[in-house]
Design a protein around this ligand. Structure first.
Ligand SMILES: O=C(O)c1cc(=O)[nH]c(=O)n1[C@@H]1O[C@H](COP(=O)(O)O)[C@@H](O)[C@H]1O
Length: 232
């Protein structure tokens, strides 16, 4: 089975994270290592996930001058991660340099993904930072820029997937956080959908954190979501 689920391993400590990881199989999901755990545990923790044969999305959302971002992306490639991301709003030249630096890695290069508009943001949040466009308009703009730079896909909300699929084609990877099974709390997320609706819209990968990690039995919730997607 090739699951579309990427579990966001946002835990305060290694013990809790490995408690989940050691109950599941790499066929059930991929794992996302983000700012919280990478900041406290670094590459040693990443190695532990790799030792357990999981594909890892290193989600550090690089956003800096082109030279700095490209070199960070190269460091991520040297770690052997499956996917890595940067903020598309860092601009075309930043994305192009990041793509170019991966050339020597050939087929072993990680998927390079541009974050468009964070799924926690809505119209007012964009207005407050000087962007006078709806999230959808801004996501489309940044997805086109990301594609022009030659990246493999974008992070967007599932609400934008249908239109991006039409705009950017079948091969462009659409990675969607903001996934909330029916009845689960939105928290800080704003542009959300259920797992089944996101897959129905055409998401390639669903990034799911708290609905799984904060559950009483995370492994069970993961299995249930996988089962709900099996026949779609
Ligand atoms: O790049 C991401 O993964 C990301 C982008 C985005 O726009 N929104 C977003 O929520 N994420 C990440 O996806 C995960 C979502 O977690 P939950 O809201 O707990 O399901 C978190 O680890 C976020 O850092």
């Amino acid at each position: 089975m090739d699951s579309k689920i990427i579990v966001a391993l946002d835990y305060e400590n290694e013990f809790d994270a490995l408690n989940l990881v050691d109950q599941i199989d790499p066929s059930l999901c991929r794992l996302k290592l983000g700012k919280e755990m990478f900041t406290s545990l670094g590459t040693n923790f990443l190695k532990q996930l790799h030792q357990r044969k999981f594909d890892v999305f290193l989600d550090l959302k690089y956003h800096d001058i082109p030279n700095t971002v490209a070199r960070a992306v190269r460091s991520a490639a040297d770690l052997g991660v499956w996917m890595v991301d940067l903020h598309a709003s860092g601009g075309l030249r930043m994305m192009e340099e990041a793509k170019n630096i991966l050339q020597p890695y050939g087929k072993d290069a990680p998927l390079l993904i541009g974050v468009t508009v964070l799924t926690s943001m809505e119209d007012l949040d964009l207005l407050q930072i000087g962007i006078n466009a709806s999230p959808l308009e801004q996501v489309i703009r940044l997805a086109h820029l990301t594609q022009r730079a030659g990246l493999d896909g974008v992070v967007c909300s599932p609400q934008e997937v249908e239109i991006l699929r039409k705009n950017c084609g079948e091969k462009f990877k659409l990675v969607t956080p903001g996934i909330r099974p029916v009845g689960s709390e939105f928290g800080d997320q704003r542009r959300v959908m259920t797992p089944a609706a996101a897959v129905g819209a055409g998401s390639d990968y669903l990034v799911i954190g708290r609905p799984i990690t904060q559950a009483d039995n995370p492994a069970e919730v993961l299995r249930t979501i996988n089962a709900s997607l099996a026949n779609l």
